[in-house]
Design a protein around this ligand. Sequence first.
Ligand SMILES: NC(=O)C1=CN([C@@H]2O[C@H](COP(=O)(O)OP(=O)(O)OC[C@H]3O[C@@H](n4cnc5c(N)ncnc54)[C@H](OP(=O)(O)O)[C@@H]3O)[C@@H](O)[C@H]2O)C=CC1
Ligand SMILES: Nc1nc(=O)c2c([nH]1)NC[C@@H]1CN(c3ccc(C(=O)N[C@@H](CCC(=O)O)C(=O)O)cc3)C=[N+]21
Length: 290
Amino acid sequence: MSAELIDGKAFAAGLRARIAEQVPAFRAAAGRAPGLAVVLVGEDPASAVYVRSKGRMTREAGMESFEHKLPADTPQDDLVALVDRLNADPAVDGILVQLPLPRHIDEQAVLTRISPDKDVDGFHPVNAGRLVTGLEGFVPCTPLGCLMLLEDRLGDLSGLDAVVIGRSNIVGKPMAALLTAKSCTVTLVHSRTRNLPHYLAHADIVVAAVGRPHFVQGDWLKPGATVIDVGINRTDAGLVGDVDFDSAASVAGSITPVPGGVGPMTIAVLLRNTLVAAHRNAGVPLAADI
Ligand SMILES: NC(=O)C1=CN([C@@H]2O[C@H](COP(=O)(O)OP(=O)(O)OC[C@H]3O[C@@H](n4cnc5c(N)ncnc54)[C@H](OP(=O)(O)O)[C@@H]3O)[C@@H](O)[C@H]2O)C=CC1
Ligand SMILES: Nc1nc(=O)c2c([nH]1)NC[C@@H]1CN(c3ccc(C(=O)N[C@@H](CCC(=O)O)C(=O)O)cc3)C=[N+]21
């Protein structure tokens, strides 16, 4: 392996520490802690693990965590009613409804019900629109975490060639919008792309959000490329990313590991978005940009 490892776990710990430092000033000004509500419907074990670690890290940052666990057969109307209550609750600054939802629930109906001012996941169409038009709003946690790692590693991204693999609303599309805003030349590839390796050969930055273990091969990469692996795939061999790590690490300049790369950044940015939401909702200015 010749690539340098991008230590998302350490970067995320530093970000959480900077967030925790700002919480006492918010508490003093607002007379309450920032609050994050997390809603989990059903029993998916992986989701339950994330929700538990989100709750723990929220409390460790000095914020309040409200966890709502609903049975898998919860009617959509009941979930929407809970979102309405959380929208109206002044102790709740951020609302996260864990995805995926059970099949009988219309995901968009629930996500669009969350107040855009409390949408710390950045999944509401109003926030998606703000992102592409350059207005202030909430940016989805995973792509914003990837951007932080890229800027930390590369500094100014202006003019760099970036390829994003995957066009989901939660990772690929907002990632492409963020890199566009940073003046990268962005190519967004997906399952219908013909000759995907052709595009990767020119990429200074590769962000892989495919959902297929070991998908990206080292010999597709431009030597020295910076590779961000968003994939979280549970296999018999454990947790693996969307990048074939061993072959990629011999060509790339730097690369995120899985685990310990993008995953911890997602949770740290969620706390960051919650702190920002709390300041906006309480009308208290933030002391410093985080
Ligand atoms: N680390 C973290 O915090 C997070 C990790 N993840 C992980 O990131 C990965 C992606 O998640 P998500 O965006 O939600 O996934 P989706 O399944 O919603 O999207 C996957 C995308 O990859 C594309 N794709 C699938 N197969 C191929 C292929 N053979 N060639 C090119 N493109 C392909 C799809 O194309 P098409 O649109 O044409 O179908 C689609 O756009 C998953 O592993 C997920 O677990 C997700 C969220 C957070
Ligand atoms: N509304 C919503 N918002 C989300 O942000 C959201 C979601 N739903 N549904 C599921 C995905 C996935 N996701 C992860 C968060 C943290 C890790 C993480 O911390 N991963 C650790 C390892 C965790 C482990 O060992 O299982 C790591 O990569 O090092 C991974 C994945 C957030 N998601």
